[in-house]
Design a protein around this ligand. Structure first.
Ligand code: G6P
Length: 482
């Protein structure tokens, strides 16, 4: 990856992405030399072609406190770092974004905390992102704002720059009104979002929840997918609120899965685990929305009941560290690690652990090898905007084998209907589905996987960004942008 530190104070861009995190991570090597590495996330891959075609810019936080970095160009994209102080990280990122909005938008699985100082920090940090974007936007540019951390940016941008075409995409669920209504700043957040021309959601249900909240709180007329927002003394603006289910770069996952070295690694993983009849796999950020506890409980009961035994089935759980300074995440980690310890302590033998628990992130090659090694993929989220792990597993299984067990509360369940759909709260149901997955005849595995793969290739991430940006282009006829 090449990177230079050129910065041009007067640079203007026609296409700008704004997200909490920049698409690169700052790494410092053994000699203390600083470099930037493209982060492995789907959004970066999704927007890469669009960025290249338009020489776009990306505004975001570099992930560390108090970094005052000049903008720089990396791989053809102009990156504009937005600094956050330690106090802002606490109040805007860990606080309002991840201890207020995150639990609230995920159906209050954990109780959200409401603090006025956190809200104040959220407003001022959102303003900083909006200002940074407004400064580099060419006349009539398109700005695409991403996710729940930046919901006020669309309105703030429109106020400064009415010439812009503004899109917003919410990567997480939008909750039903009865839950959303708890938010003390519920009106300000919706006003913030309505500054956009197009507001994208993962599921049709999320877009519906949003439109209902607009009707309840403001009484604006809606005609799906349009919302009529009063604008000026007599007129109105039309805002589109619609589902655009996000996806992955299917071809690049399949390409990795076909590489002989990755396949050899998958075989080595199976050998290292003692070649059990069934490898079950969970891959999640260590987050309470992911249903990791429910999955461990169901598996523990199968072992207790003697329905499966060590050496026959092993559960590999990759839990990548996440938001480690937020109390709910610390508590979750303790609970999961206690449960894993108990399960292994009770059921494992010297040669056969029942749970192989890995609290790390891994490079994509290793993840793909794990997907290839796994007979059963467990996605048991209690609530999830989409869940791209489910899609990655399907993309990798060009052998048309492997069983996907998928929570009906993950957005991916709207598309991946040929998975074994489960309600993760129903532990008996979950146990039955795990057994069904372990015992599923080869023919049924193939039929299901084939159908899943057909569905996946229809909607890959390039299609996602194209359809969002097409809608955005048509939504704002007055602008000659993009
Ligand atoms: C979810 C959110 C993203 C976020 C990611 C990782 O996927 O939708 O906006 O970046 O989690 O969380 P983090 O707090 O580490 O950015």
């Amino acid at each position: 990856m090449t990177s230079d530190s050129r910065s041009d104070e007067h640079a203007q861009y026609d296409f700008i992405v704004v997200s909490n995190r920049l698409p690169v991570d700052r790494v410092i090597d053994a000699e203390g030399v600083e470099t930037w590495q493209r982060s492995p996330g789907g959004l970066v891959t999704a927007l890469e072609p669009v960025m290249k075609a338009s020489e776009g810019a990306w505004v975001g936080w570099a992930g560390k406190p108090d970094l005052q970095l000049a903008p720089f160009t990396d791989n053809g994209t102009y990156l504009v770092p937005v600094p956050l102080s330690p106090g802002e990280i606490e109040q805007y990122y860990e606080g309002f974004s991840n201890d207020t909005l995150w639990p609230l938008y995920h159906d209050v699985i954990a109780p959200p905390s409401f603090h006025r100082e956190w809200w104040d920090a959220y407003v001022s940090v959102n303003q900083r992102f909006a200002d940074a974007s407004a400064r580099i936007a060419a006349p009539g540019a398109t700005v695409w704002v991403q996710d729940y951390q930046l919901q006020l940016v669309p309105k703030m941008l429109r106020e400064q720059r009415p010439d812009l075409t503004i899109g917003f995409f919410n990567h997480i669920p939008f909750p039903p009104y009865g839950i959303y209504a708890q938010l003390p700043w519920r009106k300000q957040v919706i006003e913030g979002l309505l500054g956009a021309d197009v507001i994208g959601f993962q599921r049709v249900a999320d877009a519906g929840n949003f439109s209902r909240a607009v009707r309840r709180l403001f009484g604006y007329a809606t005609r799906t997918p349009e919302i009529h927002v009063p604008d000026g003394p007599s007129g109105h603006r039309s805002v589109i609120a619609k589902a655009f289910p996000i996806s992955i770069d299917v071809a690049s996952f399949e390409e990795l899965a076909r590489r002989p070295d990755v396949q050899a690694r998958a075989q080595q993983i199976r050998d290292d685990l003692g070649n059990p009849s069934t490898i079950m796999l969970g891959v999640d950020r260590l987050d309470y929305t992911k249903g990791i506890r429910h999955r461990l409980k169901a598996f523990g009961e199968l072992l207790r009941d003697g329905a499966t035994k060590p050496g026959e089935t092993v559960l590999v759980q990759v839990a990548s560290p996440s938001r480690e300074r937020v109390a709910a995440y610390m508590q979750l980690r303790d609970e999961i690690e206690l449960t894993v310890g108990r399960l292994n302590g009770t059921y494992a033998t010297i040669s056969h652990p029942v749970v192989s628990y890995l609290h790390h992130g891994y490079p994509r090659e290793e993840m793909v090898a794990l997907y290839l090694a796994a007979d059963v993929m467990l996605v048991t989220a209690l609530r999830d905007g989409m869940n791209l792990v489910a899609k990655e597993y399907v993309a990798c299984r060009h052998d048309e084998d492997g069983v996907l067990l998928l929570s009906e509360f993950a957005g991916a369940a709207d598309e991946l209907k040929n998975a074994l759909l489960v309600n993760p709260h129903d532990i008996d149901g979950l146990k039955e589905s795990m057994l069904q997955a372990m015992r599923m005849p080869q023919r049924e595995r193939t039929t299901r996987m084939r159908a899943l793969r057909r569905r996946l290739v229809d909607n890959d991430v390039a299609r996602w960004s194209q359809s969002f940006l097409d809608t955005l282009r048509h939504a704002n006829h007055h602008s000659d942008a993009r």
